[in-house]
Design a protein around this ligand. Structure first.
Ligand SMILES: Cc1ncc(COP(=O)(O)O)c(C=O)c1O
Length: 511
């Protein structure tokens, strides 16, 4: 384990001054301050300096906040609950390295995430693999690697694991994901697509234990957002009864994985502190005792967003502003809800905090919509947010974007996804993911072209060179454009024309 910075839990940043209360929330108190003249500082570093060095849009991850949140989980649960970070939430290698140093295992949802875990120096036995379906190749890989456990999501998935294990002649430690069909007020798991409905649980266990190569370990459950500790207590009651039924059939349940879903707030959302779960291991043990379970059952949690969400800040620049009516003001940013903050599109009931990072001393004077820079009318990062008067070049900080942001961002409009940096407690910054390159964005299609026959290869290569030269070197209007009345010609038309000409040439040359 690497050297841990000391006393992070107690730290509140002292460089700079407290952020103006009209913009501040308590949850950013450990790392956010401002200069006297209203420039946001992260870990004591001015955001204009960060932007000068790395550009925008940019994700900034705060190392101390990630470590703090890992340590809070560890402090609350000690060794009573095994903790696995959910890679899908923010799968950056540097983040994985930090959670490893903090003593977490990994919950992986694909072979890609298993590979990332190995690249981040996790041992195979620290990796679990939970998703709805795995290909045979996925299972071969995971089994041969010797990971901690694979979770089956359906009866078919159990058979699938059993068949692969038999082919490999290798035992696979297997968890079975169960939907306990809970209904607590309006919160329900009844329509969730995950897991085997509890009515089929015993059939699933029989299927697993009958297979000579499936080593049944226990149950998995993940019910989505945990809005109150009572949700997990209700799940625990249902599962302990199931564990008792297994015991009565002579089957030992060694582990119960209750997933992630612990809250982390965006905007005004309420997030209960993990400290409210302190009595959970004791409660669980009392249930085991009450139901006469005569062996220990290892509890597992898989937190994702509660570790990283509030540790991430998205820095953007205002690039222009518009008025669409007396009271309808729009500020266009150089980030978007597709390429930068995709959750803004998915969670439509959530409103992100966007702070005027270079104008924190200015009062909120009017309501604006912060629109993203793609050609889609849904691309609004936040609507009706009160802001100071913003101008092109002003910096904006989207708060709480450390999870389900970069990993869900896409290249819509063929825009490159943002870079990500990590900022250390002493204010040093390092790039932990560079901005996309056009070459790698185009590669999947160019690779296909390269695989075409030799004649086509020549044709497309010519095309590629002609277009890139014309578009990038910006040599003004082409002859074709002049002939067509000087109108702007799209790259697509150039390609069409070239294809046409090449086709003709081909025929003429008798190829
Ligand atoms: C199986 C599993 N575990 C853990 C998580 C992490 O959830 P969260 O980020 O809400 O903590 C997820 C999220 O989808 C999941 O599917």
């Amino acid at each position: 384990m690497g050297k841990r910075p000391l006393d992070l839990l107690k730290k509140r940043h002292t460089t700079g001054q407290p952020v103006n209360t009209r913009y501040m929330r308590d949850r950013w108190g450990n790392f956010l301050t401002q200069t006297k003249d209203g420039m946001m500082m992260i870990e004591g570093v001015r955001v204009d300096d960060i932007v000068h060095k790395y550009g925008t849009p940019l994700y900034v991850m705060v190392e101390s906040e990630i470590r703090n949140r890992c340590r809070r989980f560890k402090k609350v649960f000690g060794n009573q609950i095994s903790l696995q970070y959910a890679v899908k939430c923010a799968s950056n290698l540097e983040i994985l390295r930090i959670v490893r140093e903090e003593g977490f295992d990994l919950d992986c949802s694909s072979v890609g995430e298993l590979i990332l875990g190995l690249l981040a120096d996790f041992k195979p036995k620290q990796l679990t693999f939970t998703n709805l379906f795995k290909t045979e190749q996925d299972l071969f890989f995971a089994a041969k690697m010797g990971i901690q456990a694979i979770t089956a999501d359906s009866l078919e998935d159990i058979e699938h694991i059993a068949n692969t294990a038999r082919k490999l002649r290798k035992h696979i430690d297997t968890m079975i994901r169960i939907n306990p069909m809970l209904q607590i007020g309006t919160w329900s798991t009844r329509k969730n697509k995950y897991g085997i409905p509890i009515g089929y649980a015993e059939r699933a266990v029989d299927l697993a234990v009958q297979s000579p190569y499936v080593d049944f370990q226990g149950f998995h459950f993940m019910g989505g957002y945990v809005y109150h500790p009572k949700v997990l207590k209700a799940a625990a009651r249902t599962f302990v009864k199931l564990i008792r039924r297994c015991q009565d059939r002579g089957v030992r349940v060694r582990r119960l994985d209750l997933g992630g879903g612990f809250p982390a707030a965006i905007g005004d959302q309420h997030a209960f502190p993990i400290e409210e779960m302190r009595d959970f291991p004791k409660y669980f043990q009392s249930l085991l005792d009450r139901h006469g379970i005569d062996h220990p059952v290892q509890l597992i949690f898989e937190p994702g967003k509660s570790i990283v969400l509030n540790a991430g800040i998205g820095l953007m620049k205002a690039i222009s502003r518009k008025r669409l009516g007396a009271k309808n003001r729009v500020v266009i940013a150089d980030g978007s809800s597709y390429n930068f903050i995709p959750d803004a599109l998915v969670q439509t009931d959530v409103s992100y905090d966007v702070l005027p990072a270079s104008k924190l001393n200015f009062p909120r004077i009017h309501s604006v919509t912060i629109a993203g820079n793609t050609c889609d009318c849904w691309d609004l990062i936040v609507q009706n947010i009160d802001m100071p008067k913003l101008r092109a070049g002003d910096l904006l900080a989207v708060m709480d974007v450390g999870g389900y942001a970069q990993v869900m961002a896409n290249n819509f409009n063929t825009i490159r996804r943002a870079a990500m940096i990590m900022i250390a407690p002493d204010g040093t910054t390092r790039l932990i993911r560079r901005r996309d390159r056009y070459s790698e964005m185009f590669a999947p299609e160019l690779d296909v072209l390269k695989m075409a026959g030799p004649n086509e290869l020549e044709k497309y290569n010519n095309l590629y060179r002609v277009n890139i030269d014309k578009i990038w070197k910006g040599g003004g209007m082409t002859k074709f454009e002049k002939k067509n009345g000087g109108r702007m010609q799209s790259a697509f038309e150039t390609i069409e024309r070239q294809l046409h000409t090449n086709g003709k040439n081909k025929n003429r040359n008798g190829k």
